[in-house]
Design a protein around this ligand. Structure first.
Ligand code: NAP
Length: 485
């Protein structure tokens, strides 16, 4: 290593994500990349296998800091949690005020807020950046959601822009907001991803069990859908998964894979945060719970002989095309609900934590590089451009039209699922959400009555101002709540 600093950016943590990100950075003009990993073997493998990247390998944190021009900038790509804290501790010892530490891992946004506050006290900038797209995205261009200070964005912006995915000529990166805003938005991205995947899985299940089509035939349907409004990475890969046969048995691979879905926790974070913020992300929550239910083999085995509907259900062959079209519409409508709920949570989070998040920009940076990239994200950007104060995404004119056209089909699909005993929790809960939002009057009035009965929690009236309580145990007269407890 030469004595004078040469690298403008460092990557710490060289497992699959860090290695690929380092190679991506090194491949862009103007970047020289220093790398460090806790155990030397990963560093050695990377520099040996990719000499073309011209990586500067550091053996310890001091060497890493010495190899960097100022402001020193390092992206951490290590195991989220304790690993991230350990690396931050080391970097703050060798970095100086004005330098920048970026956490590109999947951190919980509240951890990022805590870390940003602590690191800021040393004069060093800390940026939590959500990076989506998996290992392929890290190598070729991810969607990047950075938070952190405006000062750090001056240095970091051009570097991240150089490696981000490009969608319709625009880089998939924007300065999301301060401190934990980037990781918060990445969390919502993952929550929407859970919903999208579950909805697609329900669509497949209903078509297969309703029409008896084979996975290959359903793959053809998804390929067709991918040419229209539903065009997206997840629809595209679903067709590929369904087309795959198992080499060993010759069966469709989807029939050989154990039906227990795993999760790494970001979907659950989205739901927990939504509960804290009081935002009904029911479609996302059902998707998270559907994975949990699938992964309860003992309970599933115990319940397996409980009865289902008494009559068998099948779509008549002449109705199969119409049913498939109904399912497509139900999928599209439910997907709009999932995004609408996700953006509601972004709005609520921004308000709670004081972030100035441009919703249209978020939809833009999700158009490329990330798992939920989809054609219809342009429609979200348009909707917020037209009306930045839009109170619910699903009421934007374009989405409203889709729902108006699709809602009857959506109902038929949920009825079919219910009558046939096929679980479609994300389809049904999304429809219930839609009906809940549009209801003129909700039974919440009765809930308020119950709350007032047992807890004197009071209620408001439709016909006059004020807060009221009924004396339920007395003569049941109503009093102004200021007089109640
Ligand atoms: P990972 O398996 O999550 O983590 C392994 C890396 O963390 C290794 O380099 C390991 O170093 C390092 N590490 C663990 N504890 C450490 C500590 N106490 N001090 C220093 N280094 C430590 O790696 P990954 O799959 O590449 O993911 C990296 C980050 O990106 C994670 O936060 C992950 O959630 C996020 N992410 C991953 C994906 C994906 O598709 N994999 C997608 C988006 C985001 P050693 O080699 O010394 O053990």
């Amino acid at each position: 290593m030469s004595d004078s600093p040469q690298a403008n950016i460092a990557v710490v943590g060289l497992a699959v994500m860090g290695s690929n990100l380092a190679r991506n950075l090194a491949s862009r003009e103007g970047n020289t990349v220093a790398v460090f990993n806790r155990s030397w073997s990963k560093t050695e493998t990377l520099i040996t296998e990719h000499p073309e990247a011209g990586l500067i390998a550091a053996k310890d944190y001091q060497e890493l800091a010495d190899s960097l021009t100022t402001p020193r900038t390092a992206i951490i790509m290590v195991q989220a949690g304790k690993g991230t804290d350990a690396v931050i501790d080391e970097l703050t010892k060798v970095f100086e005020p004005g330098d920048i530490i970026v956490d590109g891992g999947n951190a919980l946004f509240t951890d990022t807020i805590r870390r940003e506050k602590a690191v800021r006290e040393t004069g060093i900038n800390f940026v939590g950046a959500g990076i989506s797209g998996g290992e392929e995205g890290a190598l070729n261009g991810p969607s990047i959601m950075p938070g952190g200070s405006d000062e750090s964005w001056v240095t970091l912006g051009p570097i991240l822009t150089s490696i981000a995915a490009v969608a319709e000529g625009e880089p998939c990166v924007t300065h999301v907001g301060h401190d934990g805003a980037g990781h918060f938005v990445k969390m919502i991205h993952n929550g929407i991803e859970y919903a999208d995947m579950q909805l697609i899985a329900e669509a497949y299940d209903l078509i297969r069990r309703g029409t008896g089509k084979t996975p290959t035939e359903i793959a053809d349907i998804f390929t067709e859908w991918n040419k229209g409004d539903l065009e997206s990475y997840l629809i595209e890969i679903t067709a590929e998964v369904l087309r795959q046969n198992d080499a060993e048995t010759g069966k469709p691979l989807v029939d050989v894979i154990l039906d227990q879905a795993g999760a790494k926790g970001t979907g659950a974070w989205t739901v927990k945060s939504a509960l804290d913020l009081g935002i009904p992300v029911s479609g996302i929550a059902e998707a998270v719970f559907a994975r949990s239910l699938s992964s309860k083999p003992a309970q599933r085995a115990a319940a397996a002989d409980l009865p289902g509907p008494s009559t068998a259900w099948a779509v008549a062959p002449e109705d199969a095309d119409a049913f498939v079209e109904d399912v497509r519409r139900a999928l599209y409508a439910s997907k709009i609900v999932a995004y609408s709920q996700g953006f509601d949570e972004i709005v609520a989070g921004a308000e709670e934590y004081g972030w100035n998040i441009q919703k249209g920009e978020i939809a833009k940076i999700w158009r490329g590089g990330c798992i939920i990239r989809a054609r219809f994200l342009n429609r979200i950007t348009d909707a917020y451009a037209e009306n930045p104060e839009l109170v619910a995404l699903l009421t934007a004119p374009f989405f409203r039209d889709v729902l108006v056209e699709g809602q009857e089909a959506w109902r038929r699909v949920v009825v079919a699922a219910t009558q046939s005993g096929i679980p479609a929790p994300a389809f049904s809960s999304s429809l219930a959400y839609y009906d809940g939002l549009r209801a003129e009057r909700l039974p919440a009035a009765l809930v308020q009555g119950q709350r007032d009965f047992f807890g004197a929690h009071t209620y408001k009236r439709v016909d006059k101002q004020g807060t009221f309580h009924t004396l339920w145990s007395g003569d049941r007269t109503e009093i102004e709540a200021t007089d109640a407890h």
